[in-house]
Design a protein around this ligand. Structure first.
Ligand SMILES: [Zn+2]
Length: 209
């Protein structure tokens, strides 16, 4: 097996998964390598690896979400993030998604090793997973982007044409929202502000967004 590129945080995550007690991870930011890890047993692990590339605002981030984190993918889309998630990934998929510059979100140790710059989500609860991503600067609360993407297909929503609206949306809805109706070009579903959306806004605010 070749050398696996990892950053300091990924190594902390691996030690966490392996339940290895450690005192510190010595990361050389300038050279982009982890110099060593001081273990509790007074042994030092020598590791050479890459630092996760940084840059780009958190709102521009695109994600590849592991299949077991479907709920997280849904809420990232609600917040307007491009969060691709599918039931199974083979190595060809992984290569194609890597070219798109996606950040892999996973709770799977094997994937963490396979994917450069992957983010290991420690919490198993959605609220804490979102808060971890926020703390790591990967997502931010940008309200203008909320509800701009299809929750089911991950496609950006488009403004619906008036004719399509009258054919596909209940009359009371378009009378109340003449210009706020969007549709998904993939699944052809229509979206508008309403009580369901308000509940999601309240939920995001409760979570600190
Ligand atoms: Zn859709």
């Amino acid at each position: 097996m070749g050398k696996t590129p990892l950053d300091g945080k990924a190594i902390r995550d691996i030690l966490y998964i392996e339940k290895t007690a450690f005192r510190e991870v010595n990361l050389d930011q300038a050279k982009g390598v982890v110099n060593s890890i001081a273990l509790e047993s007074n042994l030092r692990m020598q590791i050479l690896c890459n630092v996760r590339p940084s840059g780009g605002s958190s709102m521009e981030k695109k994600f590849l979400v592991d299949a077991e984190l479907g709920k997280l993918a849904k809420w990232l889309r609600i917040m307007g993030y491009d969060a691709h998630c599918q039931p199974f990934y083979n190595s060809e998929h992984i290569r194609a998604f890597a070219k798109q510059g996606r950040v892999l979100l996973t709770r799977n140790a094997q994937r963490l090793l396979q994917w450069e710059g992957a983010v290991f989500l420690r919490p198993d609860r959605l609220k804490e997973q979102l808060q971890q991503l926020k703390q790591e600067g990967l997502i931010a609360a940008c309200r203008s982007k909320w509800f701009s993407r299809c929750v089911r297909c991950n496609r950006p929503l488009l403004e619906a044409e008036p004719e399509a609206v009258t054919e596909n949306v209940p009359e009371y809805v378009f009378l109340k929202n003449p210009s706020g109706i969007l549709f998904c070009p993939s699944c052809n579903r229509f979206f508008w502000p309403g009580s369901h959306r308000q509940r999601m806004i309240t939920q995001l605010e409760t979570w600190g967004f």
